[in-house]
Design a protein around this ligand. Structure first.
Ligand SMILES: O=c1nc2n(C[C@H](O)[C@H](O)[C@H](O)CO)c3cc(O)ccc3cc-2c(=O)[nH]1
Ligand SMILES: C[C@H]1O[C@@H](n2cnc3c(N)ncnc32)[C@H](O)[C@@H]1O
Ligand code: SF4
Length: 376
């Protein structure tokens, strides 16, 4: 289907969508089979300070609202050790954008600790996790230059940055991305392209229901598909539904419905190349198993240890519960590693060794080496 035809589906009838959802499921099954994956992770909010002000975000804090401003090395390691004990494989470092450019407090903390920037501190913590634990960092630090990304590549297996939306209107006064230099679509696209140049396995995605139109949503999906066609580095695309949060500028903004999610996921599955994993989070909607009917093959990072620091009021369903509801849909929930196997050749040095150690002894074939062998 052409881009123009997707635009026109904005006001399609339920019947039309039924057939498209079936096509999305058939496409999923042809490549991913009947297995739906998730990654067992710990979430490490290295700093809640951020120079941006997204209208939907409760993660962001001001100096004085978040202790020292940064987690200490000991705090990071303590989260990681708890994760190791519960079989986690991924350490998701998620943090605010370049807070030292906004806050003297952040600059002072970094200088006292011997670091020139948040990125330097992040890289030091990731290296330590890589060297001293069995977990592998997945870094979600926002926009970055190609030089920064090449340093990032040395200490992780994969990088994540949501495109969010290509809509430039969201940057206007009253929009979700007003006063957010790091949410300018061009800068997001440039970061994703630089990751492609470096052959850094990348997770991206869109946040839906933040004021974008259906057309803009389709444009965002096409932009991600084109990036992957050009560089081959997009390992997964997340379609995440906006949740309104008290205390934010968008507290009264309407949330996307289940139908919005199903239609967007269907479009994503049919627009993106099939080898790009399609992920939706199970904790942001009651009947998340319905996403399976729109062609997703992955539920993303789920933690038995930490909360979802981005959506702290939305507890993850227990992994057993997700497995049960997936099975009731005729599919099987399986654990995967943070890096998909097609991307192992991207890795060099320490991250390559770490992934080989995680993938090496699971007794599965190479193409399934990102899956964790199930108990008999
Ligand atoms: O628990 C969460 N994990 C989030 N993840 C992690 C994700 O669920 C997986 O852990 C990774 O995709 C690795 O598989 C993100 C990763 C990104 O690269 C970009 C955005 C997100 C957003 C979230 C999120 O809101 N909550
Ligand atoms: C880490 C990712 O979490 C997403 N994110 C941030 N705030 C919210 C919210 N209120 N609802 C849903 N997703 C959110 C953004 O897409 C960000 O990139
Ligand atoms: S979503 Fe990310 S960039 Fe936006 S305010 Fe929150 S921490 Fe900052």
């Amino acid at each position: 289907m052409k881009c123009e035809q997707w635009y026109q589906l904005a006001d399609a009838r339920a019947d039309d969508w039924q057939a498209l959802m079936q096509a999305a499921c058939a496409k999923r099954e042809a490549h991913w089979g009947r297995q739906i994956s998730y990654s067992r992770k710990v979430f490490i909010p290295l700093t809640n300070l951020c120079r941006d002000r997204c209208g939907y975000c409760t993660f962001v804090k001001q100096p004085g609202q978040c202790g020292a401003g940064y987690l200490s090395g000991a705090e990071v390691l303590s989260i990681v050790r708890r994760g190791e004990r519960l079989g986690c494989k991924e350490a998701l470092f998620s943090l605010g954008e370049k807070p030292e450019r906004r806050y003297p407090e952040a600059r002072a903390w970094l200088a006292d600790s011997g670091y020139a920037s948040t990125l330097d501190y992040l890289l030091a913590q990731c290296l330590r996790v890589l060297q001293e634990s069995t977990l592998i960092p997945h870094i979600n630090c926002g926009t970055a230059s190609i030089e920064e990304l090449s340093r990032i590549k040395a200490v992780c297996a994969s990088f994540g940055m949501m495109l969010e939306s290509l809509s430039p209107r969201l940057l206007h006064k009253g929009g979700a991305h007003h006063a957010c230099p790091d949410k300018v679509p061009k800068r997001r696209l440039a970061t994703l392209a630089a990751a492609g140049e470096l052959q850094l396995a990348t997770t991206s995605g869109i946040l839906i229901g933040i004021g974008e139109t259906w057309r803009e949503r389709i444009d965002s999906l096409y932009a991600l598909a084109e990036l992957h066609q050009r560089y081959g580095h997009i390992q997964e695309v997340i379609v995440q539904n906006f949740r309104a949060k008290a205390g934010t500028k968008m507290a009264q903004f309407p949330e996307p419905t289940m139908d919005d999610m199903l239609r967007t996921l269907t479009a994503a599955r049919l627009i993106l190349p099939v080898e790009v994993s399609l992920q939706a989070p199970p904790n942001l909607q009651e009947h998340f198993e319905r996403y399976l009917q729109a062609g997703i093959n992955d539920f993303g990072g789920i933690s038995p240890v930490t909360q979802d620091h981005i959506n702290p009021e939305r507890a993850w369903p227990a992994i057993g519960e997700i497995a049960r509801r997936t099975k009731a849909c005729g599919l099987q929930l399986v654990e995967r590693l943070s890096l998909y196997p097609a991307f192992q050749p991207f890795l060099r040095g320490t991250p390559a060794k770490a992934i080989a150690a995680q993938a090496g002894d699971n007794g599965l074939a190479r193409e399934q080496s990102h899956l964790v062998a199930q108990e008999a």
